[in-house]
Design a protein around this ligand. Structure first.
Ligand code: PMP
Ligand code: GLN
Length: 384
């Protein structure tokens, strides 16, 4: 077996969901909403499944979806994408990440990864023969700084992976962070792989800026999105990747031997959904912001220190100072003794892990959140 995979632990999401099932716990670990997703989008996919053409779609994706993606990002983010040469449909953002990393990295190339890092990045970089250079981001801001970037970027750097908004920290990189990163990418001729799956799930006054729109980045950015996050349909695994033609040609060659294509009825449903009006996206954000506030308030009332959550379906609590060894011990105790599953954020670090942050998913019905809070009881104060 290839040690890149055989030596890997099972992903933390599956571990915690397994523990949640075993202990009959409320699962606030793995990120998936209680909401079943928009009925009209699901109906569109169902209609197509019954009546449409269910043979292989084109390798780059159904034209109707590629046009919808280009139009969507034009409308929401001011990007000017050519649907024929700059857009490709993938089986989830995960496949887009795999295709991008496999296509871009040759053995020995260095890749800058920010930690906390979504858990798919490192194995894919290693499998491609890349050498990771980690930058550890620290709570509560998880921001960038010039000295640290200067210590990892060099002539050997081929790519950097940026997850913005950032899962699990629920933070958004500032305009200054993006400009700083862009300047390093340009100075060292580096491609930025931008995992922007959370781009629509931003709260309060936050607006998402794609790195691709930062001056100098248009032709050196691979932008990745996911319908799973945009429409609360995580099981669909419809992703998209956008890049200038010179990059896209290489990405498509990796994609053709990973999945080649993605179920056509789901592509049709997503194409329809991406055309929804701004009111839909605003209502979606308002709904999640309400749930975030409900869980945050309940946790604070129970004595937990809640970190600000600007984006994603997650919020974090800081357990430093509580009478528990670390985030892993805390999550184990939570699921075993209180029947609530959460995610230890140290799982997103390889080097110098931060061990006092715990992630909880608030994309749930009020009743689910309230039941989880009831189960937590006075735990925060009991451990203080
Ligand atoms: N990147 C990040 C940062 C994510 O949070 C997720 C899923 N939660 C993915 C990628 C994977 O997206 P998909 O399910 O579309 O493969
Ligand atoms: N991305 C999801 C999360 O952060 C989980 C995805 C998965 O289970 N692979 O919770």
């Amino acid at each position: 077996m290839n040690p890149v995979f055989s030596e890997l632990p099972t992903t933390i999401f599956d571990v915690m969901s397994g523990l949640a099932r075993r202990h009959g716990a409320i699962n606030l670990g793995q990120g998936f909403p209680d909401d079943p997703g928009p009925a009209d989008v699901r109906e569109r996919a169902a209609d197509f499944l019954r009546d449409g053409d269910n043979q292989y779609p084109p390798m780059m994706g159904l034209p109707v979806l590629r046009r919808a993606i280009a139009a969507h990002y034009g409308r929401h983010q001011g990007l000017d994408l050519d649907p024929d040469t700059e857009v490709m449909v993938t089986s989830g953002a995960t496949e887009a990440l795999a295709a991008s990393l496999l296509a871009l990295i040759a053995p020995g190339d260095e890749v800058v990864l920010f930690e906390p890092a979504y858990d798919a990045y490192l194995p894919l970089v290693l499998r491609a023969g890349g050498i990771p250079r980690f930058v550890s981001l620290k709570p509560p801001h998880f921001g960038l700084d010039e000295a640290t970037l200067a210590s990892v970027f060099s002539e050997r750097t081929k790519a950097v992976v940026l997850n913005n908004p950032l899962n699990p920290s629920a933070t958004v990189f500032s305009g200054a962070d993006l400009s700083l990163l862009a300047s390093f990418c340009q100075r060292f001729d580096v491609v930025a792989i931008c995992d922007e799956v959370w781009e629509h799930v931003v709260f309060d006054d936050v607006r998402h800026t794609p790195l691709m729109a930062v001056p100098g980045m248009r032709d050196r950015t691979v932008k990745i999105g996911s319908a799973g996050k945009i429409f609360s349909l995580t099981g669909w695994k419809v992703g998209f990747v956008m890049a200038a033609p010179a990059l896209m040609t290489g990405l498509a060659k990796a994609h053709q031997f990973l999945t080649f294509t993605t179920p056509p009825n789901l592509q049709e449903g997503v194409a329809y959904g991406l055309g929804k009006d701004t009111a839909y996206f605003e209502a979606m954000r308002r709904g999640f912001a309400r749930s975030r506030d409900r869980l945050a308030r309940g946790l604070s009332e129970r004595g937990f220190r809640v970190l600000p959550a600007q984006a994603t379906w997650f919020l974090n609590i800081d357990i430093a100072g509580l009478a528990v060894a670390d985030d892993v011990a805390f999550c184990r105790m939570l699921v075993e003794t209180r029947g609530v599953a959460a995610i230890p954020v140290s799982a997103f670090y390889t080097e110098a892990p931060v061990r006092h942050i715990v992630r909880l998913c608030f994309a749930k019905e009020d009743a689910t959140l309230d039941a989880a809070l009831d189960r937590l009881g006075d735990l925060g104060r009991a451990l203080a």
